[in-house]
Structures are given as C-alpha cells and as structure tokens.
Design a protein around this ligand. Structure first.
Ligand code: ADP
Ligand code: ZN
Length: 525
C-alpha cells in the first residue's frame, strides 16, 4: 500500500521512533491512527499481541489534550502507565486501588493539561461527579480497551461496560476508539450500537497466527503427557492452563519433583505472591507457569514457546486468547489441548450453574463449539478462523489434522440436503430442529412450523440423529453454516454454504464413528 505521508502521519511516525524506538508501523496501525487523527470513530479488532495499544497511544501523544482510556483490568493499569512513563509519555491512572490524595494529584495533573493519557476503570468513570470532572479537561480521544466486555454475547461480559454509552451523550464530538481481540459478529455489532459510534471505520486484522502449531490429544495420562511434552521442549518457556487452583498447585508440584522450574498462579494468591511469580516468569527464572485463566491478561512476554490446556476451555474465544500468548515473536510455537469427554460434562455443569437460563443456553452452545473443535476432522486453524468469520482459503499445514489427516468421504450430497433443508425452512431452525426436519420427525416443533410441508422434509431419514449431529457440526466447522445466537440459535447459510448448495464446491466429511463417549452425551432418540 503506498503510504501518502500526511503531516499527521509524519508526526505519528516520528513519535513512534522517539517514544517507542520502532521504525515502522505494523500493517493497519498507520491507517487506524490516521482515521483517529481525522477525528473519526474507530473500531479495532486485532488479536492479542497485534499491537493495539499503539493505535491510541500515538494519537494521544501527537494530539492536544488528554486521551481517556477505559480499561477493566485494574491490575494492568499500573504496568501500562509505568511503561508509558518509562518511555517519556506523561500518563496516570485512577481506579478503586488509588487513594484519595493520589487521585487528587492525578486530577490536578489532568486539569493542568499535562497528561497525555489517563487510564480509568469503568466503575470510576461512571461514578458520581467523574463525568463532570472530565468535562473540565480537554479530552482528545476516548479509548475503550477490551471493548468486547460490552456485549452480553461475549465471553467476558461486564455489566458496567454497558453504561459507557453515556460517553457519547456527554461528549458528542470527541472521537471514540474501541479495541478488542474478539471479532465475532455479535460482539462487533454490540460495540458499535452500545457506544453509539458514528459511522465508525472498522479495522479487522487477520486473526491467523500461522506460527502456532495446533495439537489436540486425548486426555488420558495428562501428567505424563505434560512431562513428555516438556522433555521434547527443553528450556522453552510455557504456560499450562488448568481448571482449578488445586490442580495448578498439584501439577506444579509434580513438575518441580521432576526438577523442572515450575510454579503456579491463580486468583487465590496474594497480589504480592502473584507479582513475584509473574516477575520470575518474565525474567526467565521460571520455565513454566501452571495457571488458571486468571493468568496472562496483558502479559507481554514474547518468547512463550508453548501453551498447554490441561482441561477443555469453555469456549473458542477464551481458547484462542490463551493460545495467543504463545509465539508472540512470530517464530514457531505450539498449542496443545488435552481433551476428554469427561471434561465436557464437567464444564457443562460449570457454565450453566447459577446463571440465568438464557446465559446457560448460550454458554452451552459455545461449549459445544469448543467440543466440536476438539473432536474435529478438518484443519483446526480453518475452524478457528471460521469461528471468527474469516476464511483461510486453504488448509494450514500446521495442525495435527493437516499433518495426519483422517479418512474422509465425499459428503457433498449430505451437505446439500442439510443446506437445502435450512434454506427451505427460511434459516429459522436451530440444529436439533433441523435434524428432526431432515429425518422426517413428526413432533410439535416440526409440525407447528409447517416444516413437514417443505421439499427436503425427511430427505435425511436414512441417517441416525448422531450422524446428522456430527455432520452438521463438521459443516459449522467448515464454515458452511453459522449460528445466529440472537435468533434462537438458528443455522444460517454462509457464502461458502451457498456455493455448496449451487454445486460449486465439494464437501468432504469424516464418517461418524459412534463411540462410547459420544453416546453418553447424546440425546436419546
Ligand atoms: P495488544 O494490545 O494488541 O495485545 P500490544 O499493544 O501490547 O498488543 O503490542 C504487543 C507488542 O508488540 C508490544 O511489545 C509492542 O511494543 C509491540 N509493537 C506494537 N507495535 C509495534 C511496531 N509498530 N513495531 C514493533 N513492535 C510493535
Ligand atoms: Zn491445519
């Protein structure tokens, strides 16, 4: 792309060199910064490690006034602000951990126009009088970090984020930039509507991390599996994610017994203990950290070579964010997931406990996608990217399936039947209803929708329920359908699916092998 060096961009590039020591912007950073400097609302969907911070920090530095950064991660604000100050950029933060005197100092610095960036937690921002205070300072820009927290469809919903819509009302002409590493369709929509962004330009960077080798292994003998893995990756730094605090401690203990430099990290430790473990890991004094998902948000360690999931993550968003902590320097890295059906059952209980029915249903559907990823028979990277509405256009060659492909058969006709049934029922049914339609069931849901009248009704009665269940998930993984969570989980046909329907694209499927574990989890039919 020819870069016309507008004066604004020239200043931005100089600031990049002067304050960060970098010579060039990464792809998209320059465009994003130019859009912001043009006073326009901006949405940035970029994977972890992509370089989001610079997208608002540079505009903050080269503009008059103060950029107000909203971030939910109180623990990280201090680090970020200190890093900015170390680079010579005046910055400060206010959140619940900051005492009154210190907060007064920060307020004075802000009023004097001295600060380039002011980090605040959403609670603080919306607390009494804070918006009035903000009205007295010259704000160049609002940056909403971790903006996916605004969406109740996302994996990290924070109710206080939904009130950030007030910013637009109070500051109608101040540009807003929203940033997140989550790129699904509903989250993007919620960010734009709830923040009342005005014709925002959306920058979607590829979520592909081609250097990460994706592997899924059966979850038997995990401890041995971990030790074996580490023996083959000597001295490489890694993170092991476990479900429970207890598990972290036990596994770390076992690794220590093997003479490995391991420690654990979870939310049950004191802030000092956690900071010390984190510090040792950053300094390479620890080779491996066994952690709950509390670990890693914003950790900037570029030489993490591998991430192991000791248990099944509860959704693909979380999984992707966690494996994204490996290989941030772009050189080869590995993500290994241990999978067992028992994990699915345990997780199912966890994600449905003590939450409203609507949320339980959503969590279950997302867990099922995670399960299908683990059980998949096609390129795992394509599955991940399809989940984020991206198509690689080819198999990746850097996952266990690509290396060792399972046997498949021509499933074009089966896929066409399913797509046609979805099309003729106006893409309203969710998975189970669609299977019932295909199999010619005569239950209430089928009859009341009039689905027994469509041409494809019963077209798949030769296959049992579990086969269809598997094939439809393979089709989801293959990007022929997507799930419209907001419309009763309806299966919608993608552009790729249209091509299959028109006979322009063949589909290969893996034979469904009924196993003991699959049957345990199925609906009795
Ligand atoms: P994100 O917030 O998207 O996870 P960060 O903003 O923390 O990513 O950036 C990740 C790393 O990439 C940081 O170490 C940052 O300094 C580095 N980085 C960002 N932009 C550039 C650039 N243009 N050139 C070199 N390194 C960069
Ligand atoms: Zn692959």
């Amino acid at each position: 792309m020819p870069e016309l060096a507008t004066p604004a961009l020239t200043a931005a590039r100089q600031a990049l060199k002067r304050y960060y020591g970098y010579d060039n912007f990464r792809p998209m950073q320059a465009d994003i910064i130019e859009n912001i400097l043009g006073g326009k609302d901006t949405v940035v969907l970029m994977p972890t490690g992509g370089g989001k911070s610079i997208c608002f920090q540079i505009p903050a530095v080269v503009s008059a006034g103060t950029c107000v950064v909203v971030s939910p991660l109180i623990a990280l604000m201090k680090d970020q602000v200190e890093a900015l100050k170390a680079n010579g950029i005046p910055a400060a933060y206010i959140n619940s951990s900051v005492g009154q005197n210190e907060a007064n100092d920060v307020a004075r610095a802000a009023l004097s126009g001295h600060l380039k960036l002011l980090y605040v937690s959403p609670e603080k921002l919306l607390s009494d009088g804070f918006l009035v205070f903000l009205n007295r300072i010259n704000i160049s820009l609002f940056a909403i970090d971790e903006a996916h927290c605004i969406s109740s469809w996302g994996h990290d919903f924070r109710p206080e984020y939904t009130q950030l819509g007030a910013l637009r009302t109070h500051f109608p002409s101040t540009p807003i930039i929203a940033l997140t590493a989550t790129a699904d369709r509903l989250t993007k929509r919620d960010i734009i509507t709830q923040l009342s962004l005005q014709q925002p330009k959306v920058f979607l960077s590829s979520f592909d991390r081609p250097n990460i080798n994706l592997i899924v292994r059966p979850g038997q003998n995990r401890v041995d599996g971990v030790i074996d893995f580490m023996a083959r990756h000597p001295n490489e730094a890694g993170i092991i994610y476990c479900l429970s605090r207890k598990q972290c401690e036990t596994l770390a203990g076992k690794l220590q017994q093997k003479g490995l430099k391991a420690s654990y990290y979870h939310a049950g430790m004191t802030p000092n203990q956690r900071a010390s473990v984190q510090e040792k890991f950053l300094q390479d004094d620890l080779q491996v950290i066994v952690a709950t998902i509390a670990f890693g948000m914003g950790i900037d360690k570029s030489n993490v070579r591998w991430v192991i999931h000791y248990n099944l993550p509860k959704n693909i968003e979380g999984y992707y964010q966690e494996i994204g902590r490996a290989g941030r320097d772009g050189t080869p890295a590995t993500a290994l997931l241990f999978y067992s059906f028992a994990d699915v059952m345990q997780m199912r209980e966890m994600v449905t406990k003590d939450v409203p029915a609507r949320q339980a249903q959503l969590n279950t559907a997302k867990l099922e996608r995670m399960q299908q990823f683990a059980e998949a028979a096609s390129c795992r990277r394509r599955i991940l990217l399809h989940y984020f509405s991206e198509d690689l256009g080819r198999d990746c060659g850097n996952c266990d399936i690509c290396r060792n492909p399972p046997t498949t058969f021509d499933g074009t006709l089966i896929a066409q039947k399913a797509l046609s049934a979805a099309f003729r029922s106006r893409e309203k049914p969710a998975i189970n209803l669609l299977i019932d339609i295909l199999r010619g069931m005569r239950n209430q849901a089928v009859l009341s929708g009039g689905y027994d009248q469509i041409k494809t009704y019963g077209a798949g009665s030769d296959l049992p329920y579990l086969d269809w269940y598997s094939y439809l998930h393979q089709m989801l993984n293959d990007g022929l359908f997507y799930i419209a969570y907001e419309e009763g989980y309806a299966l919608k046909i993608t552009e790729r699916g249209q091509q299959v329907l028109k006979g322009q694209l063949p589909v290969s499927l893996k034979k469904f092998q009924p196993t003991e574990k699959a049957e345990k989890g199925s609906r009795a039919k």
